[in-house]
Design a protein around this ligand. Structure first.
Ligand code: GLY
Length: 356
């Protein structure tokens, strides 16, 4: 079992192994102690069919009473409406302050579960059980929780750290290649900001479905996330480096009505920023070529169907805009990114320089 300990406002472990769902009850008991009696599994209808059964069995064998809240899959469920239904369900199920939530699923489930945990009874513990690679390498770690508002993604939320993260590698077997790519994009992003060795590894790792490749990518990405979150839990400085490719990525997601998924959009966003930075001389070395090589190795579709003006319009509604400037993450060296503020009036030209 791989173990990474995160020391933030709460100290917790991220455990990676195969067969973790069957051991979840016992591992959760070790992490939460004996006070917790009832657990609410929060999941979507797809993941419910696949993994709620084994998880529930493991929790019950460990002596927990369990209840289950399942919601329709998809970004539209990461909403005030689902949050409200979930909070009412927790109240009806009579969860108390000494009970806990277990988010079983991808990033939408984890973010929603975390926000419900942060707000129910002014805060109860929760456990993340990511079942997508994207959630395992990024959203399940670090305590960012939240929902979308009509004006944009993740506009309401809280910093609320989980008490434990359990990544069962076996759950990757039911993921489509596209969903694996979503996670690989975040792992490549982690390499771009803090681990150039990851690019040499990817050059040799041709099969993203290989559990050893998944394990290596996820453990490197989680380790980098650990360092960043421990340095800046509340996202006021270096944590913003994790947004490499995200400002434009979010704009691409938004322009596509979310038909282009997060990881695919971030992959395109990273190439746009890297190309623009190279052209402007902001990168001290060529970061674009190794990035493209890694993304092509896993066969990412990298065409951007939107114009610079469409992307700039969408990006300027993003929450990361601060007044008249917007903060971009620029790859200076491979494995070393820096934050750079530019006037919002220059964003469209910047993006233009990064489009083919
Ligand atoms: N996903 C970016 C962060 O956790 O800060």
């Amino acid at each position: 079992m791989d173990k990474i300990t995160i020391t933030a406002s709460k100290t917790y472990e991220v455990l990676t192994d195969s067969g973790l769902l069957a051991r979840a009850g016992q591992l959760i008991r070790q992490a939460l102690g004996d006070k917790v009696k009832k657990l609410c599994i929060v999941t979507d209808d797809n993941v419910n069919k696949l993994y709620s059964g084994p998880l529930q069995q493991s929790l019950q064998e460990a002596g927990y009473e369990t209840v289950l809240f399942s919601f329709p899959p998809g970004e539209s469920s990461k909403s005030m409406e689902t949050l409200s239904l979930l909070l009412e369900f927790l109240a009806e199920s009579q969860l108390t302050r000494t009970d806990a939530l277990v988010g079983l699923g991808g990033g939408i489930t984890g973010d929603l579960t975390g926000f419900a945990a942060a707000s129910f009874l002014r805060g109860i513990p929760f456990v993340q059980v990511p079942t997508t690679l994207l959630a395992a390498v990024d959203s399940s770690v670090g305590g960012k929780t939240g929902i979308n508002l009509k004006a944009g993604k993740n506009l309401a939320g809280a910093f609320w750290q989980p008490s434990l993260v359990l990544f069962d590698i076996d759950t990757m077997k039911t993921l489509s290649y596209d969903l694996l790519l979503d996670g690989a994009a975040e792992a490549i992003k982690a390499g771009a900001i803090a681990d150039r060795e990851l690019f040499s590894y990817i050059r040799r790792a041709d099969d993203l479905t290989d559990p050893n490749v998944i394990r290596h990518l996820s453990s490197r990405a989680i380790e980098i996330k650990r360092q960043v979150v421990e340095a800046d839990e509340r996202d006021t400085g270096v944590r913003q480096l994790l947004n490499f490719g995200h400002t434009i990525g979010h704009a691409i997601e938004k322009c596509s009505g979310f038909s282009i998924s997060h990881g695919h959009a971030v992959a395109i966003g990273m190439t746009i920023v890297s190309r623009a930075s190279k052209n402007l001389g902001w990168s001290a070395e060529d970061c674009l070529s190794p990035l493209l090589e890694s993304l092509n190795q896993f066969r990412f579709p990298l065409e951007c169907p939107y114009s610079a003006s469409q992307l700039a319009d969408a990006a300027l509604k993003d929450k990361k805009r601060m007044g008249d400037t917007i903060t971009l993450v620029i790859p200076v060296h491979l494995g070393d990114c820096q934050l750079k503020k530019i006037p919002v009036s220059q964003l469209e030209d910047f993006i233009k320089g990064g489009l083919l």
